[in-house]
Design a protein around this ligand. Structure first.
Ligand SMILES: [Zn+2]
Length: 129
């Protein structure tokens, strides 16, 4: 008698678990797809250290530790053999880029400043400002 009552009582829970399980099964491919999207290596249009468009890099990007694999994040001016060429802060990098654009490319300072204003927001400086 007691057992029967228990079975009846557990039925809604059992059904509920089944529904959840089915729900999870239908969701799984979506979740996996979402996770894959997140873990996938991002490809960047700009160097994530100095902001230079990677397309303009004549060397096609910096190199990883093996010296051959191209980095999809940093340009050849910032990154070589898996290391940054300059050890500096975002502000120093910004000042350096403004100076280079101003002196070497004869760009007005305000244009250079405008082009460099996003540097502190790039990936390299996210943890280290
Ligand atoms: Zn760079």
């Amino acid at each position: 008698m007691v057992g029967r009552i228990c079975k009846v009582d557990y039925l809604p829970i059992f059904l509920f678990v089944c529904v959840i399980e089915n729900f999870m099964l239908t969701l799984q491919p979506i979740i996996i797809k979402f996770q894959n999207n997140n873990s996938m290596e991002k490809t960047y249009k700009m160097c994530q250290s100095c902001g230079m468009p990677l397309k303009k890099d004549t060397h096609g990007g910096g190199t990883e530790t093996d010296g051959v694999t191209k980095s999809n994040r940093y340009c050849s001016y910032c990154y070589e053999n898996g290391q940054f060429k300059q050890q500096c802060t975002a502000k120093e990098m910004q000042d350096f880029c403004i100076k280079m654009m101003n002196e070497k490319m004869k760009m007005p300072k305000w244009v250079a400043k405008f082009l460099c204003h996003n540097i502190p927001k790039l990936e390299r400086w996210k943890d280290n400002k």
